[in-house]
Design a protein around this ligand. Structure first.
Ligand SMILES: [Zn+2]
Length: 260
């Protein structure tokens, strides 16, 4: 007779089916036990194998994976990676509510305007502005400076205090005023100009109906001044016929046009 543990499948049915004598039953039982023993040994080694491989994986994950894994995270399409891609594909210039960021000029390098010593500008811009004032006066038009260089803290007041006084939202305020750190006035190259004969139009869209505005529209480019926020400007800033900027040297040109 074949040793029954070699063919356990034969053995089980025999033991269960036959109900044979003691010998047969005992033999069947022994085979059954062996089969169970081998089954559990197999099962235990399978479990042990799983446990070992799981532990190995855990160890590997915590101990060795982070090193090769971090560069993968950087290059994988996650939120960090997509913002890196954006930073490369969009201008590096930061903007806020439609206004571009500007560094505050060093006040010690600025000069006071002769017409109003409280107003500071970059030397070349001041020189060209005064030449423009003189030329306009020759034509019977009286340009007056209203605001030139402004510090970030000046702008802090203009933006937040007035916003609060008027109960404006940040975006409504930004249509007419740049947030601190984002004003062309920080550069010392921008100036708000009024018509000395029509002070009621100062800092108002009505300024466009004055002789001063008409004169500037015709002549400002000869002095390297341009309107920063013409009607329908790309930045979406409200039309400001009074706000002009000097673009007559490399520094000012780079200040206003680099990365745009
Ligand atoms: Zn202005």
């Amino acid at each position: 007779m074949k040793p029954n543990f070699y063919e356990p499948m034969d053995d089980i049915p025999v033991a269960q089916r036959d109900g044979l004598g003691q010998t047969g039953e005992r033999k069947g039982l022994r085979g059954w036990r062996r089969w169970l023993l081998w089954f559990f040994v197999g099962l235990l080694s399978a479990i042990a194998g799983l446990v070992v491989s799981w532990l190995t994986y855990q160890g590997a994950e915590t101990a060795t994976l982070p090193i090769p894994f971090e560069p993968m995270l950087v290059s994988s399409p996650g939120p960090g990676a997509s913002s890196m891609v954006n930073a490369e594909s969009t201008p590096s210039r930061s903007s806020l509510l439609g206004h571009l960021a500007y560094e505050e000029a060093d006040a010690s390098e600025l000069v006071a305007l002769t017409l109003n010593e409280a107003i500071l500008m970059q030397p070349e811009a001041a020189d060209r502005f005064e030449a423009m004032v003189t030329a306009a006066a020759g034509d019977g038009v009286y340009l007056t400076p209203i605001s030139g260089f402004r510090t970030v803290s000046d702008q802090q007041y203009l933006f937040f205090e007035i916003k609060a006084e008027r109960g404006q939202t940040a975006s409504t305020r930004a249509e007419v005023s740049a947030p601190p750190g984002y004003s062309e006035h920080h550069t010392g190259y921008a100036i708000d100009i009024g018509d000395a004969d029509q002070p009621d139009t100062h800092l108002s869209v009505d300024f466009e109906d004055t002789d001063a505005f008409q004169w500037l529209a015709d002549n400002a480019p000869r002095y390297n001044f341009e309107l920063s926020f013409p009607e329908g400007n790309e930045q979406g800033v409200q039309y400001e016929p009074w706000h002009w900027r000097f673009v007559g040297n490399s520094e000012s040109l780079e200040t206003f046009y680099k990365d745009r």
